[in-house]
Structure formats: C-alpha cells, structure tokens
Design a binder for this molecule. Structure first.
Ligand SMILES: [Zn+2]
Ligand SMILES: [Zn+2]
Length: 358
C-alpha cells in the first residue's frame, strides 16, 4: 500500500445518497446539504464537570457499600464484580421450559452473567484522564474477562462495553464499564459474524483487513493511528462522530494481542477519547464497546477484533442526535459526512483542553 490515492470527492459530496455498512449489511442515508439548516430543536443541559475524587454515596468507590449490601474492597487499580442488578443470570438451559405455541410468539431461555468493571478508584476520572498504563490495565481486565467467561460452555458471546454520561443513561459517573456474557450471540455481532464469514470465505482474508487497507490508502476518514490500531470514522457511520477502532493485525479477539499491541490499544483509546473531549470541550458522553469473536465453540477465522465508539452529540455540548421519525420507520440518516467528521476529529489536539479536577 505504498501509493496514496487522493480522497474520492468526485461522488456524492453534496448530494443525498445511501451507504452500506459492510459489517452489518444495513444502509444509512447521507444528506450533506442539510448541514446548512438552522437548529431549533432540543438543547441538552451542559453537564457539570468537576467531581470529587471520592464520593461517599457512590456504590462504585473503594470501601463503599453497594445496594446489594456487599462492600467494595479498598481497591487501588481496577475492580470487577458481578452486577447487583444483572439483566441476565445463569439458568440451566437444558431444563429451561421451552415456550410453545404459535410461530408468531417465539421465545427462548437465555442464560448469562453481567459484570461491572471499575476502571479506577478515582471517582472523578474518565478514560482520557487515566494514564496509558492505567488504561492498559483496563485492557488486561477486558482480555481476562473475555477469556474466562468465553471459556464457559454456557457462554456463546461476551459483550464488553461502556455507557458514559447521563445523556447515555449512565446511572453513575464513576468510571466503569460492563460485561454482558450470554448463551446466544446477540443481533449486532450476529450480523457482523455473517458478513465477515461471507467475506472470509470468498477472499480468504478478513473483511476488516481489506477495509482497513482501503481506508489507509484513502486516508480521508482516518482519525488517529499507531503501530497496532487505527481509529477512523467508518464510511457507513450513522452517528455524526461515531468511530471504529480496528487492529492492524487480523486477530479474532483480545486474547491474541501481543503485549505491545495491548499497550497500543490503550494508547489509541486514550488519544481517541481525548479528541472526543476536546471536540466540544466537555467530557464526551458515549457508548463504546469491544467486538470480538463469539465464544460458541466454533472456529472464527473470519472475526477481526474492533471497537465501536458511539457519541450521541451532534454539533455542540448541548445538541444531541436523535434516532427518530424516518430513522425509526425508514433507516438511519446523517447530515455531516463521515469525511467531514473525520477531518474535524483529526484536527483536534491530543492533550485535554477542558478543565479537569486532577
Ligand atoms: Zn465513585
Ligand atoms: Zn462491530
């Protein structure tokens, strides 16, 4: 990939068009000309930023009692525990009642485990405010949890994610993520498994390896990269500043990363989330997560490790993107092009500009 192809600005730069998500097969409508319309919609309250380093009422802070009555240890790094309000719990699937009846009323028993990961004992910090070595410890926990939970016979998929910020419905500002491990493969990774398998069978390479080669050639949607990972605004991104973090090496899961690559993942997470915070000069809310091979016992040579970051904000700290109307009834739609979004994110500094309590 030595030749740099100039950005493809010949097609669809200003005209409405649809793009297909190569990972899911789903389409998004892009309407760049609408960027000029004035905004008269809902404005979110600007979140207050400064928090104490320790909050005696926080159920995630070290030494505090949780709602279930258990007490957190005086942890100093990361801390993982079973969610006291889990959406899933383990049920013996063989003995589980199979709902019968009509083809239109179909249900299946689902077994699973939900865990919570505290990224830091500090109540006031978020990922971009942690050091790269502290984020590396979070990457290590993600890896251990994926491998341990995924090794269980009753777990076919391990979803690691973070819901950050009140606007995303996060109930606690303490830096933490979640893991939902379950007996089935849920919708998004199931769609991605199908598309990746098809591509791998046809070409003998992973879909994301081929896609990443194209993106590196064109360079117009890349936000930040290091030796192990590339963060980019995908060609088919739905949210204005949504990004995809892809490993340069085609590995199916975190467990296959080298020691250096785990550091590089921590580095790319820090640099990307710092840019997010600098975009509107707030601690950027988002949902983010790791997508990796299902743990259903089958071989998954088609699977290529990646992360998704989905920030909901549109044009400032207080204007968010809603998926409503046409998007609920038709398909997702965006105004800002992925190329323009990448350009904005790329131009931002990699040191935090907003005030922090640290
Ligand atoms: Zn806390
Ligand atoms: Zn994915």
């Amino acid at each position: 990939m030595s030749t740099i192809v100039p950005p493809d600005r010949s097609l669809f730069t200003d005209e409405p068009h649809r793009r297909r998500n190569a990972l899911t097969g789903e389409w998004v409508l892009v309407s760049p000309h609408r960027m000029r319309r004035p905004w008269q919609g809902q404005v979110e309250a600007r979140p207050t930023e400064l928090r104490p380093t320790y909050d005696p009422t926080c159920y995630l802070c070290p030494g505090n009692e949780r709602a279930g009555g258990q007490r957190n240890p005086a942890y100093t790094g990361t801390f993982v525990f079973d969610n006291d309000f889990a959406a899933l719990h383990t049920v013996p699937l063989d003995d589980a009642p199979t709902p019968d009846g009509d083809d239109l009323l179909v249900a299946r028993a689902e077994s699973g485990i939900c865990r919570v990961i505290c990224f830091s004992p500090r109540h006031d910090l978020s990922l971009p405010e942690l050091s790269t070595s502290e984020i590396r410890r979070v990457v290590d926990v993600w890896t251990d949890e994926y491998l341990t939970l995924g090794a269980r016979d009753d777990i076919a998929h391990v979803q690691i994610f973070e819901n950050k910020g009140q606007v995303m419905g996060s109930s606690n500002p303490h830096p933490h993520g979640q893991i939902w491990a379950q007996s089935s493969i849920p919708r998004e990774p199931a769609l991605e498994t199908g598309r990746q398998r098809e591509h791998h069978q046809r070409h003998g390479r992973t879909l994301l390896a081929d896609y990443l080669a194209l993106e590196l050639q064109r360079a117009e949607r890349v936000v930040v990269a290091n030796d192990g990972f590339v963060a980019l605004v995908a060609y088919w991104a739905v949210l204005p500043f949504e990004t995809l973090v892809v490993s340069r090496r085609a590995v199916p899961h975190l467990g296959e990363l080298t020691d250096a690559e785990r550091d590089q993942l921590a580095d790319i997470v820090k640099r990307l989330t710092t840019r997010y915070d600098n975009l509107f000069e707030i601690s950027m809310p988002y949902s983010a997560g790791v997508h990796q091979a299902p743990t259903d016992g089958a071989a998954h040579p088609e699977w290529h490790l990646h992360m998704h970051f989905y920030p909901p904000l549109l044009r400032s700290a207080t204007v968010r993107k809603f998926l409503v109307g046409y998007e609920m009834l038709g398909e997702p739609q965006r105004d800002l092009t992925p190329e323009a979004a990448a350009e904005r994110l790329r131009a931002l500094p990699e040191t935090l500009a907003r005030p922090t309590s640290a």
